[in-house]
Write a protein that binds this ligand. Structure first.
Ligand code: PLP
Length: 293
């Protein structure tokens, strides 16, 4: 997240527009405000039928772009929907970015958590060479290997001039890398692949358990995430009132993330990066509450 803020400071001026698509990991929504820029948002297209995915709405994205827009804060794989964007979505995005002369910060933090067998992550800037000189790519071992506490992440900037601007903007704001985080990252990437494969197997099982469970809940829908350990549930018709997150916390003792923070009241985000026992316990309590009404 510090890198998104530094990018906003380095690549835009006060009064410029910083655009993102919603729903989105909540801190994205504050980057513009924290850095004195104008927050701009475009909604994704929601699923049209059960089993459909959230899709990138290129028309909505273009409509949100103004002459002030300078920077797109992009997220792939996407938090909170777990989407892995398809080529037609990304090529449309690339075309818009070039045509409107935008910079992109592509937050690819969840890139090692593609759940489908054989799925391979393609960084945005690698897939679209025309974006290379205008893109800052971010990732980290923090999600995959549960190392967030060590505050170590990677920023990849292919264009030397862009890299220099970013680096200059970090001065006095970002600490130097800490040796504990670097050592942990080296161990994770160097020796952690068997562990990551086991993790993916566990997460696939959890996703399946969740899909089967949600299908039984009246008024609740979810597109199965293709990546991450996050699931994005539409609970507007679940009979839990305007803030299902609060009802689930108070009446079922299950703490999910409130969709309102992502720009979507009535939705919740469930984190299934936990043990099967814990997930079962949470889903059973939710099941009791959701079927009691
Ligand atoms: C997409 C995304 N970006 C950034 C972050 C936060 O990353 P960091 O702790 O490295 O600032 C998260 C954490 O959940 C995330 O999901």
């Amino acid at each position: 997240m510090p890198a998104l803020h530094v990018a906003s400071l380095a690549l835009t001026n006060p009064g410029d527009g910083v655009l993102t698509v919603t729903p989105i990991y909540p801190p994205f929504l504050s980057v513009a405000r924290h850095t004195g820029r104008i927050a701009q948002q475009a909604a994704l297209a929601p699923p049209q039928a059960p089993g459909d995915d959230w899709r990138l709405d290129l028309g909505a994205l273009e409509a949100a772009i103004t002459p002030e827009t300078r920077l797109l804060l992009w997220c792939q794989p996407h938090n909170p929907t777990g989407r892995v964007w398809r080529d037609d979505e990304l090529s449309g995005l690339a075309e818009l970015v070039v045509r409107h002369d935008l910079y992109v910060v592509s937050d690819e933090l969840h890139c090692d958590l593609l759940l489908d067998q054989g799925a391979r992550h393609r960084p945005l800037a690698a897939a679209f060479p025309e974006l290379l000189a205008r893109t800052i790519t971010l990732w980290a071992p923090s999600k995959t290997f549960n190392l967030a506490g060590l505050s170590t992440a990677c920023t990849v900037i292919a264009d030397p001039a862009l890299r220099q601007r970013f680096q200059a903007a970090t001065k006095g704001l970002l600490p130097e890398c800490n040796v504990l985080g670097l050592t942990a990252a080296e161990a994770a990437y160097g020796a952690g692949e068997p562990w990551r494969q086991a993790l993916l197997e566990t997460l696939r099982g959890h996703r399946q358990r969740l899909v089967e469970q949600v299908a039984q809940w009246p008024g609740v829908s979810m597109s199965a995430p293709e990546s991450t350990y996050l699931a994005w549930l539409d609970m507007r018709d679940a009979g839990l009132g305007d803030t299902p997150q609060k009802a689930l916390l108070e009446q079922a003792g299950v703490a999910l993330s409130d969709g309102a923070d992502f720009g979507y009241p009535g939705f919740v985000r469930l984190n299934f990066g936990t043990t099967a026992t814990q997930l079962d316990a949470a889903l059973e309590r939710m099941d009791t509450l959701l079927k009691s009404g």
